[in-house]
Ligand binder design. Structure first.
Ligand SMILES: Nc1nc2c(ncn2[C@@H]2O[C@H](COP(=O)(O)OP(=O)(O)OP(=O)(O)O)[C@@H](O)[C@H]2O)c(=O)[nH]1
Length: 365
């Protein structure tokens, strides 16, 4: 975890490509960014694009986004993560379709996903109209770009109202697209807010679509859950707390929140205490009954691992670092703590498999 945290700091210091003069017109990618999947954040002014990027990728507390200034030029962020990708934050006042100076190939040529942010607390008709025009313009040359619509700022809205808005926006977009003979555009909708985990959930879904052979990762986690009797397992990108994959059991926000908060706790503890040495007494106690096994043989790995039991549900949660960016976090069933050596063995095998998976997919990418 140390490595992960320090790389977060490095990324904050060095990863942010300072906007250069002419960015808004040329929008060319720096040479180092070539080949990295790109996420474009677009939408109306004040819809929340910079806030989303700052909260998810730079750990800005949500209430501090109140003081963010309006973006004047395209902000390009390179994320050093399990999959090196870029996030481009477009100023709301720029309409790329109306500005012939934009090099469309430079912007959309390598796009992984276009995230269109709509402020659900404001009148959204203009935002929807601009989105429709953008999708139609892209369909000709870039039909494969995933369009992810974040219906944003849904905090404070009732569940019924949220669903009404989502339905209304979906129908307006689908109707317009089918009027233009474009029924199968890859458009997906997410209800998001920076004030809860929904924004991380939304980004997780966006990133998952960019992972080649995601199904293999999911099967690994599903098998792990079956063999170790875990309730739920997530593979997290530690820095952003986006989950890369989960097992096939139904996802629920509560388990995601617990696992993601657990990562925060571990990172904070690691920051404060760093590595530490056990006292001889502590070691003897842990190696004595009922285990009777040397500590080295009880722990699953030499790097970061942690396990705690939730007080109210009495379910253990375990965390295991996979590499400097990724961690496996799982919620166990109440009785699975008794079988820790077996659990560790299976987790070891999965961590090995995951490492190999990413070695192969990175090489191919
Ligand atoms: N209630 C609520 N407010 C939000 C949310 N996300 C962003 N905001 C607020 O929306 C305002 C505008 O946010 P920005 O991130 O600056 O918007 P932007 O889309 O980057 O704006 P431009 O740079 O002008 O294009 C800020 O005051 C944020 O605090 C959210 O999820 N819920």
């Amino acid at each position: 975890m140390d490595a992960a945290k320090s790389s977060a700091q490095e990324r904050d210091a060095a990863g942010k490509d300072a906007p250069k003069p002419g960015d808004a017109a040329g929008a060319s990618a720096p040479a180092s960014a070539k080949g990295k999947p790109r996420l474009l954040l677009m939408g109306q002014r004040r819809s929340g694009k910079s806030s989303i990027s700052s909260v998810v990728f730079h750990k800005l507390p949500p209430h501090e986004t109140l003081f963010l200034e309006s973006t004047a030029r395209i902000q390009k962020d390179s994320m050093a993560s399990f999959m090196d990708f870029q996030v481009w934050d477009f100023p709301g006042q720029i309409d790329i379709l109306e500005n012939p100076d934009f090099d469309m190939e430079a912007i959309f040529g390598q796009v992984g996903a276009l995230i269109w942010v709509i402020d659900a607390q404001d009148d959204y008709l203009e935002a929807v109209a601009r989105l429709n025009a953008t999708i139609l313009a892209l369909q000709g040359n870039y039909p494969l770009i995933n369009i992810e619509v974040f219906i944003h700022k849904v905090d404070g809205l009732s569940d019924d109202y949220k669903l009404d808005i989502q339905r209304d926006i979906t129908i307006r977009i689908q109707d317009e697209l089918s009027d233009h003979g474009c029924e199968n555009a890859p458009v997906t909708f997410h209800l998001t807010s920076i004030y809860n985990h929904s924004i991380f959930e939304g980004f997780s879904k966006v990133i998952q679509k960019l992972i080649p052979r995601l199904g293999t990762l999911e099967s690994m986690l599903t098998n792990l859950c079956r063999t170790c009797r875990f309730e739920k397992a997530y593979l997290f990108d530690v820095l952003s707390k986006i989950y890369i994959a989960t097992d096939s059991s139904p996802a629920d926000m509560a388990s995601y929140e617990i696992c993601s908060d657990y990562i925060d706790v571990i990172i904070d503890i690691t920051e404060v205490y760093g590595t530490w040495h056990r006292s001889e007494d502590g070691r003897k106690k842990l190696e004595g009954a009922p285990w009777g096994v040397k500590l080295e043989d009880q722990v699953g790995c030499a790097t970061a691992e942690s396990c705690l039991v939730l007080h109210d549900s009495r379910k253990p949660i375990m965390l295991r670092e996979v590499d400097r960016y990724l961690a496996l976090v799982a919620i166990m069933k109440e009785d699975s703590y008794d079988k820790m050596p077996l659990v560790n063995m299976n987790v070891d095998a999965v961590v090995e498999g995951l490492t190999e998976f990413f070695n192969i997919t990175r090489r191919k990418g």
